[in-house]
Design a protein around this ligand. Structure first.
Ligand SMILES: Nc1ncnc2c1ncn2[C@@H]1O[C@H](COP(=O)(O)OP(=O)(O)OP(=O)(O)O)[C@@H](O)[C@H]1O
Ligand SMILES: O=C(O)[C@@H](O)C(=O)CO
Length: 422
């Protein structure tokens, strides 16, 4: 086992796993910390991604779960570690990126690592320490109105300083452009000056390759999935997932198709709009959920006669500005109650024969995957950057599941994704 990864949400986990597979690294994703490592070791995986649901958990919980994951990864023989967070640095002023990174470093006896959220394949770059989505600074995107992790600053150095007592510095693009040796020298200088976290500028994959090379001696990196391309010496000839002719690969059985959207991100809103024009659609009303109405039974009753004819769409998704406007009128636990509702709907849909399911949103995916009893995911073909099809492990029959990050994918994602299934 080469690489042990800890992802702070489930879509982020498949994003990273897919990036590793694309580098030719045989990768498996597990859901939470498994009881035993036997199955993962037997699978021949060279990287394992533990997907946690810690992005918005209370800080102490997030730290404890991440440390438990680290211990498990060490026990099964991992030698290097990767803490994966969101390419839009989704977090609150209290955390959880800073506290989790600090705790992992303490456990590994480290005094320096990188903070590298750049993901150019999806338009996320870091310039002078500021995170951009396309050309828009993070705090001017719809992330400002995110229901759980509203991002009000684009400056990653400042964001990190809110979350850690440790010193945070910057490796600017002028240094990055000079290649791995120069970057490594800068790491050394920052470290000698007592800097524990270096935010690293990156504008494209070339930069990430150089940063990855410069990180070769760091037992732990912290990053979005972008840095995965820099972690192997030479990318291998072709993608390599456990689904590629591997004896332990599950085979998805087909079955009816459904899309469940719980993300209120801009991309998901556009994708819901596009799919509404084509698929029968059931809007999950947050007010009905909060009033305690039996939305799950209503949704399943609606879906049952439709499933034979093609995909159905069920969504709580609403434009972020509506969510913000309604926030003061709804209880604080509304997001998690919606997650529970969508998770119960997912279980009902699978019981009614759905075998191919797309879920939009990281927290939503965490809830759905939990309710389906999924213990692991084998990584299948990529639908769009950062979103692969996966085959479930641990369910009574393997399902084809796509966990889509809120802001990933083109407008037609929900319409086109099925074509990428073998
Ligand atoms: N109409 C709504 N009003 C309030 N909250 C909602 C509504 N619809 C969904 N939610 C909640 O918003 C949260 C969206 O988070 P989620 O992580 O699923 O999506 P995302 O942040 O867009 O995705 P990602 O984390 O992959 O970027 C969930 O907790 C969900 O239950
Ligand atoms: O990094 C990203 O943007 C995604 O993998 C993600 O974490 C969304 O939840």
């Amino acid at each position: 086992m080469l690489l042990g990864c800890i992802a702070d949400d489930f879509t982020g986990g498949t994003d990273l796993a897919s990036a590793l597979v694309a580098q030719g690294i045989r990768t498996v994703q597990v859901i939470g910390v498994p009881d035993t490592g036997e199955e993962v070791v037997r699978s021949g995986a060279e990287a394992v991604v533990i997907a946690l649901k810690t992005r918005t958990a209370p800080v102490a919980d997030a730290v404890e779960q991440s440390l438990t994951a680290l211990r498990w990864l060490r026990e099964i023989g991992c030698e290097r570690y990767y803490f994966k967070y969101c390419s839009t640095f989704d977090s609150t002023p209290a955390g959880n990126i800073g506290p989790v990174a600090d705790a992992l470093m303490d456990a590994l006896g480290m005094d320096f690592t990188v903070i590298c959220p750049a993901l150019p394949a999806n338009g996320r770059t870091v310039r002078d320490g500021r995170l951009f989505v396309g050309d828009v600074p993070l705090d001017e995107t719809s992330m400002r109105q995110h229901p759980l992790t509203p991002m009000d600053d684009a400056n990653v150095v400042r964001l990190m300083r809110r979350q850690t007592a440790s010193r945070v510095g910057l490796v600017g693009h002028r240094t990055v452009a000079q290649g791995p040796e120069r970057i490594r020298a800068e790491f050394g200088a920052l470290r000698s000056a007592g800097i524990r976290f270096a935010v690293v500028d990156a504008a494209d994959d070339h930069d990430l390759l150089a940063i990855g090379r410069a990180c070769a001696d760091l037992p732990l990196v912290t990053a979005s999935s972008g840095l995965a391309i820099g972690l192997t010496d030479t990318p291998r000839a072709r993608p390599h997932g456990l689904t590629d002719g591997h004896p332990h690969a599950p085979v998805p059985f087909g079955g009816a198709r459904a899309v469940l959207a719980g993300s209120c991100s801009a991309a998901t809103n556009a994708q819901v709009e596009a799919a509404r024009a084509v698929y029968p659609t059931f809007p999950v009303d947050p007010c009905a959920v909060v009033r305690g109405e039996d939305v799950v039974t209503a949704a399943l009753r609606w879906a049952r006669p439709l499933l034979a004819d093609g995909p159905v769409l069920l969504h709580a998704t609403q434009p972020a500005r509506n969510v913000t406007a309604a926030k003061s009128r709804l209880p604080d636990d509304t997001p998690s109650r919606i997650e529970d509702t969508l998770a119960s709907i997912a279980r009902g849909l699978v019981d009614m024969g759905v075998g191919r399911l797309i879920v939009a949103g990281g927290e939503t995916s965490g809830a759905v995957v939990g309710s389906l009893g999924v213990t692991g995911l084998a990584i299948g073909p990529e639908i769009s950057p950062g979103v692969p099809w996966t085959w479930t492990l641990g369910t009574p029959r393997p399902l084809a599941l796509a966990l889509k990050s809120g802001n990933f994918g083109s407008r037609d994602f929900f319409l086109d994704a099925w074509e990428r299934l073998p």
